[in-house]
Write a protein that binds this ligand. Sequence first.
Ligand code: GLU
Length: 457
Amino acid sequence: MSNLPVEPEFQQAYNELVSTLENSTLFQKNPEYRTALKVVSIPERVVQFRVVWEDDKGELQVNRGYRVQFNSALGPYKGGLRFHPTVNLSILKFLGFEQIFKNALTGLMMGGGKGGADFDPKGKSDGEIRRFCVSFMRELSRHIGADTDVPAGDIGVSGREIGWMFGTYRAARNSFEGVLTGKGLSWGGSLIRPEATGYGLVYYVQHMLEYAGHGTFEGKRVALSGSGNVAQYAALKLIELGATVVSLSDSKGAIVAKDGGYVTPADIAAIADLKVDRKALTEFSVEDGRFTYIEGARPWVHVGQVDVALPCATQNEVSGEEAKALIAAGAKFIAEGSNMGCTQEAIDIFEADRVAKKGSKEAVWYAPGKASNAGGVAVSGLEMAQNSQRLAWTQEEVDNKLKDIMKNAFENGLNTAKEYVETAEGELPSLVAGSNIAGFVKVARAMHDQGDWWSKL
Ligand code: GLU
């Protein structure tokens, strides 16, 4: 690949994966996988289209719509739709690329894809968002289907938007099918889907804590960023498990608990209400003195002593400097609820600490989003399974399956690291290397068997 970062986010995600494969014994054991890497890094197909819609003043508006159909070796393309002004092909290729390996780690039959538009839902009326969704799906509906490509939500797309897009698909194709996940419960949605990414993240970190000999979440201080669906349900599960949540954030700023303070379920409910109305955390009342609002800041350097940090906002939300500050603040477990939440500098700092402090309980352990946030798409996979059966499973059934999937994702990353990466006595295995290799090998093998690449080696 060219060294020119013409697609900087995609290049970053690609380099991050490749550096871990190169630093393992994978290519020594299987040199033919270099060919697989060349093939897997190019999307099978990219669809780009225009989305014309009418605003409340009757004026014409136009946006760019996309769907990156990256890899279908393990199943229909699967991955969310992001509506955000920063959306471009580099961002969607990075997200689609991550999604391929994340979906492989769930153990379910899903390929990888991602889509969206450079549409900004902030400041738009409900009517404008609905008209945008209808227009977007009118074109996208030609390219997707329950056995072809199954989009879901991501930043800027939640249950309401999924509803409007599902209705448009149903009408355009004259077909009621499981073409989107994150649907409403009365029309094909799955219980636990809204909670799944946040819950799954917490389940994953429970295994990290236990394996590293740090016990449970009871009494742990946890820094969170974000305040959307992922952060909200991660916080609620953490509180249920006896942890203290000390921060949340959005694109405008962060709220950080003052000495002895903490986020309560009532705070989360109030923030969830604000977010439904597309309002910022600036409108969350900090007048009772429990929180400080820090404008324009991310929480990491402001949170004080913490045991765990969970970035749940967006890509590149932890810099190298912030990684150092988190370690200095005592954070030992960093797991991404967002996709590519940590910069490469931050990952390098966490990984170096893990190696340097091997054998000590002070060692830092980092989990990449493609493993730790796989719970969301995993329950999307369970929603697809229920749709195929035309049945709905109970909350307990879905939650138990989610727990099993997160346990398997953790153990798969752990054991794959032990197999392919030199790990010293007492060293915590690299979850980033192990997860990357496990996901890559599963996809590469499926592609090989289906003739997507071949080798004379
Ligand atoms: N957008 C979520 C992710 O990044 C979920 C995708 C899905 O459910 O298809 O994994």
